[in-house]
Design a protein around this ligand. Structure first.
Ligand code: F6P
Length: 346
């Protein structure tokens, strides 16, 4: 078979292990694999790179994606020509199937191509945000949370030396998994996530309480997707091709730091980790998960499991309809957040 492969949306560690896993398994079937560069843009423009054994064998430890990425959306309003080009290129390159590695947006395109145009697609979920439904984990999350954890550990040292609060803003657009997991593991004193309304009173009361019992510094983790109602306007942020606001510039971390200092009088600094958490070598967990889902995607192509994405459920790697996975976000359950915060609240 002739199989196309592309990576779309924000990159994350684990993409290269997944590409490698899929290519190695497809080679067992004697397939030819064509990589399309920069996500759907590569399929629109017909930009390719052959994915051979030699190309993928040494990439398991590399962050990012060798295929490069973009947020091109051929189903965006007014982009009918792009969609036409995608369909023409699928014919021109004689693709028997297409493996799309991406988050909700990229997989949404793969699902529409299958249901509306009969393109034989298989999805591989990736997102450092870990907010894609129907899969327990996506690769990229463990690596990103590990980078955030390392940053929190470093910032604790300097916060303690200077008797300061440090507010750390961490990527996470709709879901607070990365901020919550790294915040818990990094011993943060308070964590804000997008699923729960920002309660500055509660945070400041808690910080005053820990100072009153003798602690002289504090760490606060905040997801970039949080908003202080009225104080910070996400509606003014620029939008990407899928209509999502670009959040880094809104500055929730700095806004919270300013409020904490104003309300408590404790010297406070802020650090925005931004894209740093998306870089670096994939962790062991993400290398294994990436490899397993890549292999499974190749097998699903040969089983004819189209319109489906690979998912981790428990310890199994299974196929689920993409449509089901992109219907809603996998958010942090309120009870889980409350459970952790209650434990911190000493
Ligand atoms: O891929 C998800 C994500 O990392 C979000 O956490 C973040 O808001 C967004 O991507 C940033 O997008 P970009 O790389 O386009 O600035």
């Amino acid at each position: 078979m002739k199989i196309g492969m592309l990576t779309g949306g924000g990159d994350c560690p684990g993409l290269n292990p997944a590409i490698r896993g899929a290519v190695l398994r497809l080679l067992d079937y004697g397939d030819e694999i064509i990589g399309f560069t920069q996500g759907w843009k590569g399929l629109v423009e017909g930009n390719t790179e052959p994915l051979t054994l030699e190309r993928v064998e040494g990439i398991i430890d590399q962050g990012g994606t060798i295929l490069r990425s973009s947020r091109t959306n051929p189903f965006a309003e007014g982009k009918e020509k792009q969609l036409q080009a995608v369909l023409e290129n699928i014919k021109k390159f004689e693709l028997d199937a297409l493996i799309a590695l991406g988050g909700e947006d990229t997989l949404g395109v793969a699902s529409k191509l299958y249901h509306r145009h009969g393109v034989k697609t298989v999805g591989v979920p990736k997102t450092m945000d870990n907010d894609l439904d129907k899969t327990d984990y996506t690769f990229g999350f463990d690596s990103a949370a590990s980078v955030a954890l390392d940053a929190l550990d470093r910032l604790r040292d300097t916060a303690r030396s200077h008797d300061r609060i440090i507010v750390v803003e961490i990527m996470g657009r709709h879901a607070g998994w990365v901020a919550l997991w790294s915040g818990i593991a990094g011993g943060a004193d308070y964590v804000f996530i997008p699923e729960v309304e920002v309660d500055l009173d509660a945070c400041c009361e808690h910080l005053k309480k820990i100072y009153a019992r003798g602690k002289t510094y504090g760490l606060v983790a905040v997801s970039e997707g949080c908003e202080i109602p009225g104080a910070q306007a996400s509606e003014n942020a620029p939008l990407d091709a899928f209509g999502h606001p670009q959040l880094g510039d809104i500055g929730i971390g700095p806004a919270i730091a300013k409020e904490i200092e104003r309300r408590t009088g404790f010297p406070t600094r802020d650090v925005v980790l931004g894209h740093t958490v998306r870089g670096g070598s994939p962790t062991l967990f993400d290398r294994i998960l990436g490899t397993r889902v890549g292999i499974k995607a190749a097998e699903m192509v040969h089983q004819g499991a189209f319109g489906q994405m690979v998912a981790q459920q428990g310890t199994e790697i299974v196929g689920v309809p993409i449509e089901e996975a992109v219907k809603q976000w996998k958010l942090v359950p309120r009870a889980l957040y409350d459970e952790f915060l209650t434990t911190f609240n000493k």
